[in-house]
Design a protein around this ligand. Structure first.
Ligand SMILES: Cc1cc2nc3c(=O)[nH]c(=O)nc-3n(C[C@H](O)[C@H](O)[C@H](O)COP(=O)(O)O)c2cc1C
Length: 310
């Protein structure tokens, strides 16, 4: 089983990826959060900079519906030494979808087909795709699948929810299973893997699954890859020393690149919305204590107190 870390804008940045690899590991492939600008802005250049991704397998992800921008970004990634580019056809955000980008590209399968035809003709790198299964109705998936069938996609990462669901309700496992039966390309499952039980449900439905992508589940429990790989018992005590060292590394690395404490605090509190589940038995209450912190020392102390009180 291969395990990938999901791209998460503002969260799985290169600093997070490096710290994760140092303290936990178990990830076969990392994806950058989406890169949307043909002339990459600073934070996008930082994500793609090979010096920031040394020793990790990283695939840069692109969010665009402009074929020239996709080709240009892919050429830039090829020149930097990357051997794959990923196309985002999953982002459900209203502002993205209204511009017919991300999952918005699933509105018009014919147009998507033309886009992929040009992409495979012009792009010098293998292309993988991260997709949802439609916009409003599960029935849309059939036509979208018939488009994917036509193209030499290196790997199709499927998050089996509709755009309109955002992250609500459960992923539709049946749509994923349908893809495993109909497509001949390598597939990766993504969505709501939080523990061994959720993993088991996927493997029962689709026993040939070779790769899964973890997002929020890994953030709630950074040991999840080790647990899924059988390297750590799910009931074993949590390792707070390791967690605090991991957390401190992220803070100290962000400190080097973020101009002000306010911005850094905001970034870390956002991350703690997820990580708090690892350090607390009462995450809803404890996150409030952490959010109250007005300075970095106050924040660090709140995190340490919550972790040590578990
Ligand atoms: C805060 C946040 C940011 C995300 N950013 C991206 C992104 O940049 N690119 C992308 O393809 N998906 C993005 N996603 C979606 C995740 O990659 C993933 O598909 C989703 O969280 C479902 O997987 P999970 O249930 O394991 O979290 C984001 C999700 C969240 C919650």
């Amino acid at each position: 089983m291969r395990i990938y870390l999901a791209p998460m804008e503002g969260i799985t940045t290169y600093l997070f990826r490096n710290a994760f690899d140092k303290f936990y590991g178990g990830i076969d492939c990392y994806y950058t959060p989406f890169i949307a600008n043909r002339h990459m802005i600073q934070k996008e250049r930082y994500e793609a900079d090979p010096a920031h991704n040394e020793g990790l397998r990283v695939v840069p992800q692109v969010l665009t519906n402009d074929i020239d921008a996709f080709v240009s970004l892919s050429e830039q990634f090829a020149a930097l030494g990357y051997d794959e580019v990923n196309l985002n056809l999953g982002c459900p955000s209203g502002t993205v979808v209204s511009k017919r980008k991300g999952s918005g590209m699933l509105y018009d399968p014919e147009k998507l087909d033309d886009f992929l035809t040009l992409a495979f003709k012009r792009i010098p790198l293998p292309i993988s795709v991260k997709t949802r299964i439609g916009i409003r109705e599960l029935s849309e998936w059939d036509e979208i699948l018939s488009v994917y069938k036509k193209h030499p996609i290196k790997e199709l990462i499927i998050h089996p929810r509709l755009q309109k669901q955002f992250y609500r309700e459960s992923p539709d496992l049946a749509s994923y299973v349908k893809a495993t039966k109909e497509l001949d390309i390598p597939l990766c499952y993504n969505g709501d893997i939080y523990d061994t039980d959720s993993m088991k449900r996927i493997l029962e439905a689709a026993p040939d699954t070779q790769a899964v992508m973890l997002g929020r589940g890994l953030l709630r429990n950074p040991e999840l890859p080790m647990i899924l790989l059988g390297k750590k018992d799910a009931d074993a005590p949590r390792d707070m020393d390791r967690f605090l060292a991991f957390h401190e590394e992220i803070v100290s690395e962000y400190k080097k690149i973020m101009p002000g404490e306010v911005q850094l605090l905001h970034r870390m509190k956002e991350l703690l919305n997820y990580l708090v589940y690892y350090i607390s038995n009462h995450p809803e209450d404890d996150i409030k204590k952490i959010r109250k912190a007005k300075s970095l020392p106050e924040y660090m102390s709140a995190v340490r107190i919550v972790a040590r009180n578990q």
